[in-house]
Design a protein around this ligand. Sequence first.
Ligand code: ATP
Ligand code: MG
Ligand code: MG
Ligand code: MG
Length: 432
Amino acid sequence: MKQITIVESKNHVGEEVEIGAWVANKRSSGKIAFLQLRDGSGFFQGIVVKSEVEEEVFQLAKSLNQETSILLTGIIQEDSRSKFGYEIAVKSIKIIGESHDYPITPKEHGTEFLMDHRHLWLRSSKQHAIMHVRNEIIRATYNFFNEEGFIKIDPPILTANAAEDSTELFHTEYFDQEAFLSQSGQLYMEAAAMAFGKVFSFGPTFRAEKSKTRRHLIEFWMIEPEMAFMDHEQSLEVQEKYVAYIVQSVLDNCDDALSVLERDKELLKKYTELPYPRISYDDAVKLLNENGFDDITWGDDFGSPHETFIATQYDKPVFILNYPKAIKAFYMKPHPDRDDVVLCADLIAPEGYGEIVGGSEREVDFDALTQRIKDFGLTEEDYAWYLDLRKYGSVPHSGFGLGLERTVTWICGTEHIRESIPFPRLLNRIYP
Ligand code: ATP
Ligand code: MG
Ligand code: MG
Ligand code: MG
C-alpha cells in the first residue's frame, strides 16, 4: 500500500493509502468518529464509521488523545463539506506514540503560557500557516536573486568589530580575544560585491535590543544584497521589485495559509503594484508636524508611531528617502547637493508594520570614508581591511538589508513579531 502525506491526498482519490499523522482534535458520536489529522504537510479529516470497521478500530478511534501519533489506512475521498476538501475513510489505525494530558487544548491560552510551550505551540494550524509563509519568502528570495544574476555569499557570524551600533552588540570570547556576534553582514558584503559584482546574504543577526517592542527580536534573519556599479536609485528599483516578488510568490503558493490567517488577499495584491511611493525625510517631518506630532523635529529618528502614521497615508509600502547624516551609519554616502543628508531609504510596510528594509549608497571615496570613521568616534585601524576596498578599484555601489521576520509578520498580518520565527529570542526570553 502506498504511504502518502496529507497534501498529496488530492492525487489519490478513491485509492487505499497509508498515512502517518497526529490527532489534532477529535469528536465522536455513537456511530461515527471524526479525527482532525495533521502531518506537517497539511490538515484534514479522518472519518471512522462504526458500521464499516471492526469494532476495535472504532473503539480505538474514540479513545485517541490529542497529539497521539498514528499510522492509519483508508480510502481517500472528496468531501465538499469538510473545510479541507478531502478526507480519509479510515479502515485501520495503529498507535505509534501515546500522548497524555497535552497541555495546549483547543481552549484559549495566554501568550506567556504559549511562549513557554513554543515547542508544542508550533503544531497549531496558525503557526503552521506562518511557517509556510516564512518558507515561501525564503524560497522566493533565492529564486529572485538567482533570476537577477546575484550570487549568495555568507558573511561571518563571529566578528572582530561592530558593523554599526556598538550598544547593541553581543560580546563573546574568541580564544584569548574579544569577539562579537554579527549585527549585520554588510561590510563583508561590500567586499563580496567588489569580488563578485551582485551578491546577497541570508543569515542570522544578533542585536541586544534593550526595549520591548512588537517589532524587535534579539536574534533575527536578514537578507543583505550588495551591488557593484549601482547607485541608490537603481538599488531602490531592485528593492521594490524584490518585495513585490515576495508578496506575489506568497499569493501564488500560500493560498491556504493566507486563508487560515484570515489575511485579506486583495490588500496583498495591491502591494505587488509598482512603483512604490516615495517621500523625503524632510517632507515626512513636515507631514508629522502638520498632523500633531510635535515630538519630532528635523534631525530626530522616527519611532514606530511616526512610521505608522506615514505608512497610513499610502496604500502600499513607502520609501522614506534621505535621512540626516547624523542619525544614519558612517558608511552612507552624503547627498551630492547637500551635505546634511545621506543617499539612503527605509522602506516602511503598510498597516503599521514598520521598517522592513534599510538601504543606502555607500561612501566609496577613501578620504571621505576615513573622515567619517573619525567623525563617528570609530578607530581607523579597526576598519583597515574595509578601507582597502576603497584603495583598489573602488566603484559606486549600493545595498540594503531586509528583515525576514518583519516581512513575515507584515505579510501574515500577525500582531507581534514573536510568531514569525520558530523559537523567538526576546528581551526576557531565551527558552525554549
Ligand atoms: P529599527 O529602526 O526598526 O530598529 P534598524 O534601522 O535598526 O531597524 P537596520 O539596521 O536598518 O534596522 O536593519 C535592516 C532591517 O532588519 C530592518 O529594516 C528590519 O527589517 C530588520 N530589523 C532590524 N532590527 C531588527 C530586530 N531587532 N528584529 C527584527 N528585525 C529587525
Ligand atoms: Mg534598530
Ligand atoms: Mg531604523
Ligand atoms: Mg534601518
